[in-house]
Write a protein that binds this ligand. Structure first.
Ligand SMILES: Nc1ncnc2c1ncn2[C@@H]1O[C@H](COP(=O)(O)OP(=O)(O)OP(=O)(O)O)[C@@H](O)[C@H]1O
Length: 448
């Protein structure tokens, strides 16, 4: 690959020198500018693979330069150098299109990683996600789905924190995996964490790691999930479920790009892109004091809203066909299809649990269906708008007790899932069981 060229814009000669030396050691050539006017002149002279700019420049704000480069030279990623602790300017820069930021005093290890990420963007050979084999596709040709796919490709080139909203089962995790898989971090791990599923007193140790002996049961040093996601992406699912003390630590980790393990005195730099998601409205959580406003502001630099399935019913046929094909493959039975009445019924259903619910409905229908065509009866959709109700019917004496109890359990679980819009963490809470136990039961009852 040809030598990469960087443009560094800062009016402090010491910082310019430090960055220039670091870049030279990484085999990059660097040109420097002390103000915006000079930077614009250099940009018109030659193409750059990367630009690093200070926030406060003698003739204006670095944000202005970010916007200028984004508009004129969209192929050049720009990172902002911000004053220590000034997270709001970092957020403003990323909202203006900066792909990342580095705080002063510049940590050289983090700077090197940032430069490496930026350079991977110019490798037009970023492997498309379908080739990596791990990423799943977001299917659908409706307008909202096409827009989501376009946004994902754009967001993937950036390093800013992303917050994905949307009801349960709308594909938030699939979207997060795609953002990771289409970007320069694709070769590093994608680490998903269900924040609601970690017991409250273990959250900090899980996320940030712990030192041996820091609490009963800490029998050895253990790195946290942040470190597991080094150079990759940490996906904080159900982020609204994080207890407040862990929120304080998370805020610090994002701000400082470093973490401190439980029981340790030392901060260790970490380079993980944060993508978070919640099916809850975080504005309400903030208003009610359950989620820190400053943390929300920081994780929500880019917001991606996954549309509910009922907002795009035209995608139901293609999704259903795809899911049935997968079921046929997994079960080794011949191809299956929906009757036209079945398809019609599905497209008019509200799907509170979205695509995950569609998957469950079709899996259950496929198991019950004896022919290759699934009809309305096998879909077992709730009548009218009412959801499944727990049977009030007397015990049937002609079925084994165990089957009868399974049936009751199944109905209670389905009802809790429907009431929580198929959010398994919330459904488990409602049923007074752990998520692990709900998962076990879903699997036992063939509902997973
Ligand atoms: N557009 C889509 N195309 C294909 N499959 C999809 C699509 N959207 C969602 N799915 C499938 O639906 C299921 C649920 O998706 P996912 O787990 O990403 O949802 P989620 O929004 O993260 O749910 P939750 O909020 O409950 O965690 C997965 O099996 C996923 O593959």
């Amino acid at each position: 690959m040809t030598k990469a060229h960087a443009l560094v814009v800062d009016d402090e000669p010491d910082i310019l020198d430090l960055i220039k030396i670091t870049l030279a050691r990484m085999d990059l050539t660097a040109r420097t500018a002390a103000d915006i006017a000079e930077a614009k002149r250099l940009l018109s002279d030659q193409a750059f693979d990367l630009c690093l700019t200070d926030m406060q420049l003698p003739d204006g704000s670095g944000i202005e330069l970010v916007a200028y480069i984004n508009a004129r030279y969209p192929e050049t990623p720009v990172a902002m150098i911000t004053a220590h602790g000034n997270m709001s300017s970092a957020v403003a820069a990323m909202k203006a299109g900066a792909f990342d930021f580095v705080a002063k005093p510049v940590n050289l290890q983090l700077l090197r990683r940032l430069v490496e990420s930026a350079l991977r963007l110019r490798e037009s050979d970023l492997t498309p996600p379908e080739k990596t084999g791990s990423a799943q596709e977001l299917l659908g040709q409706s307008r909202p789905m096409r827009e989501i796919r376009r946004l994902i490709t754009k967001i993937a080139r950036n390093q800013a924190p992303v917050f994905i909203t949307g009801e349960s089962g709308t594909g938030k995790e699939v979207a997060a995996r795609l953002i990771h898989g289409e970007g320069p971090r694709q070769a590093a791990p994608f680490v998903p964490v269900n924040c609601g599923a970690i017991p409250e007193d273990l959250v900090e140790s899980e996320l940030f790691g712990h030192k041996k002996g820091s609490f009963t049961g800490a029998v050895g040093d253990k790195p946290g999930l942040f470190q597991a996601a080094e150079r990759g992406t940490l996906f904080l699912d159900e982020v609204a479920d994080l207890p407040l003390p862990a929120q304080v630590k998370l805020l610090r980790a994002i701000q400082e790009k470093s973490v401190r393990a439980v029981g340790s005195q030392q901060e260790v730099p970490v380079d993980a892109r944060i993508i978070s998601a919640s099916h809850r409205d975080l504005n309400t959580e903030v208003e009610q004091g359950r989620f820190r406003q400053d943390l929300f502001y920081r994780i929500n630099v880019i917001e991606l809203r996954m549309p509910a399935l009922r907002e795009r019913p035209e995608d139901i046929p293609v999704l259903a066909a795809h899911i049935l094909e997968r079921i046929s493959r997994q079960t080794g039975r011949g191809p299956m299809r929906l009757s036209s009445a079945g398809l019609e019924r599905l497209t008019s259903y509200r799907f509170p649990g979205n695509v995950r619910e569609l998957e469950n409905i079709l899996e259950r229908a496929a198991a019950l269906c004896e022919s290759d065509e699934i009809g309305v009866d096998e879909l077992y959709l709730p009548q009218g708008s009412s959801s499944t109700t727990i049977a009030g019917s007397p015990a049937q004496t002609d079925v084994p007790l165990e089957n009868y109890l399974d049936e009751i359990e199944k109905k209670a679980i389905l009802q809790a899932l429907e009431e929580t819009r198929w959010n398994r963490t919330a459904a488990a809470k409602k049923l007074g069981m752990t998520l692990r136990s709900l998962r076990y039961r879903l699997s036992k009852l063939g509902l997973d």
